[in-house]
Ligand binder design. Structure first.
Ligand SMILES: C[S@@+](CC[C@H](N)C(=O)[O-])C[C@H]1O[C@@H](n2cnc3c(N)ncnc32)[C@H](O)[C@@H]1O
Length: 218
């Protein structure tokens, strides 16, 4: 059982276990992002869209256990890997990052965490019904333009006041020159969604190649 009340050493364990998808910078930002939302009593669920084998979801479950055990955690993934890329996407290809619900369950069992609510399937079939009516904190990590766009369409309108969305792979080369710029479709989806709405995000800078942006609901 993880005990985040007394040590956050879980972060370095998860960074070592999942080097292709995360690192200490990402996990530390997610740890404080979720902790601050829960401590502020922002109402709603915690969701991760693009959870893969659950090696970041385990962190969310542990923070929930330490801060507010009644919170719902909802996880979404095709478990068939990525869909076909659009013209805006690069680097990864269809089927990359394939995993399974069994691997996700094994991650939760390894760290002795309560089972989350899992929504297997493509976002265009799971998000409408599966994203709870009120969301406090969301992590969007689905790599491609269409996947991030549909995630924003379903999460932003349900985000509670004071709630937060953190998105991986948003590279703003001017504000954050060290950021990894492998998945340009992510920034384009965010800019296409939030630009016409007049909403600005906060680019988060790390010691390594962190490429996070956070959008908060006023
Ligand atoms: C980089 S991985 C997520 C990593 C995970 N958040 C972590 O930190 O370990 C991206 C995931 O997004 C999922 N994904 C991308 N587009 C999707 C879509 N349209 N529907 C369902 N899953 C999708 C892929 O299956 C893949 O597992």
């Amino acid at each position: 059982m993880v005990d985040l009340k007394h040590s956050n050493s879980l972060l370095s364990e998860l960074a070592s276990a999942n080097p292709n998808m995360t690192d200490l910078d990402r996990l530390t930002n997610l740890y404080w992002g979720l902790t601050s939302v829960l401590r502020a009593d922002v109402p709603g669920a915690v969701v991760e869209l693009g959870c893969n084998a659950g090696l970041t979801s385990v962190l969310f479950a542990s923070v929930i256990l330490a801060e507010d055990p009644g919170r719902e955690l909802h996880l979404f993934d095709s478990f068939e890997g990525l869909p076909a890329p659009s013209a805006h996407d690069a680097y990864l290809k269809e089927g990359d990052c394939r995993t399974s619900p069994a691997e996700l369950r094994a991650s939760f069992a390894k760290w002795e965490l309560p089972e989350p609510t899992v929504h297997p399937g493509w976002f265009d079939t799971t998000l409408e019904e599966g994203v709870p009516p009120q969301v406090a904190f969301a992590y969007l990590d689905s790599d491609f333009y269409e996947s991030i766009l549909i995630s924003l369409e379903h999460v932003w309108p349900r985000l509670a006041p004071g709630g937060s969305i953190v998105i991986d792979d948003y590279c703003d080369a001017e504000l954050n020159p060290r950021a990894w710029n492998g998945l340009p479709g992510v920034k384009k989806a965010c800019d296409d969604y939030f630009g016409p709405r007049g909403v600005s995000g906060r680019v988060l800078v790390g010691a390594g190649d962190l490429a996070f942006i956070e959008y908060r609901k006023p």
